[in-house]
Design a protein around this ligand. Sequence first.
Ligand code: FE
Length: 341
Amino acid sequence: MINKLLLTLTIIVVGFTFKPAAAEENTLNIYSSRHYNTDEKLYSDFTKETGIEIKRVDGKGDALIARIEQEGELAPADLFITVDAGRLWRAEQAGLFQPVESATLQDKIPANLKHPEGLWFGFSSRARVLVYNTDKIEDGVLTSYEDLADPKWKGRICVRSSGNIYNQSLLASMIAQDGEEAAKNWAKGVLDNLARKPQGGDTDQIKAVAAGVCDIALVNSYYFFRLQRSEKSEDKALVENLAIVFPDQDAAGTHVNISGAGVLKNAKNKEAAVQFLEYLTSESAQAYFANGNNEYPVVSGVAVNETVEANKDFKIQNINVRQFGEYQTQAKMIFDEIEFP
Ligand code: FE
């Protein structure tokens, strides 16, 4: 009788011990530096479809990379979402990811927008474009990144600092395409043309063009689309006399980067993480993910808002985005050497 009671108690205790573990199997832990209001539906739809709860930690990209490194095997994170292939490369270099084999991800995501061995994948894309003041510069005058380094624009260019990953990835792509010397000369030319010492983010560069501080700026496409689509009249007014150019259409094509994600090496729930990545390539998830930040879906045939839709057909650099990481150190060294602020 006592033995039977002990056995029953043991079963109850074991049962209780295992319960949280079972619950954990049904939870996906995401660390993300990418979050927009419309992303809520992205997550809740996944939970509705699969029954897997999502726990999310939001933070800045590089800070989250440092946190995942510090937490090591104790890290509860299964998946890391961030922006810019150069930053995904940093996480890769820190040894945070594990490779994923998935026919869905292989088929649906273009080869140039993902890691060649499946360590991370792009789920939306953005272009680094020129913004100019149409009152000061005629349409068709600006066509290339090279234009930014042309002495005729001395004192008329605005760009954020070279410490920013977007500029590092752009310069890295130029090193990959045209070599280090050409990339350095370009960066020097841009430095000589700056209207002011780099300050603020991409939106601040657009504001500076609108305010007449400079006439041309280098920014990511979604910042411009965001202002165009804004319900605030002051935002719309900002871009009223501005236009964008997708550079290098008659040359190598415009620089395109990604928002992406990878499964973490210490993931407790790899299966759910892969399931989530595959879910991100579905038509509805692609639309939410891209639309959330006015980016382009990576899966073809997915419609997004009309502003993005109207600006989606352009030639892009024929280069795997991982190269932005491979040449990141060289790019930083060039910026340092020429003392680009
Ligand atoms: Fe951004």
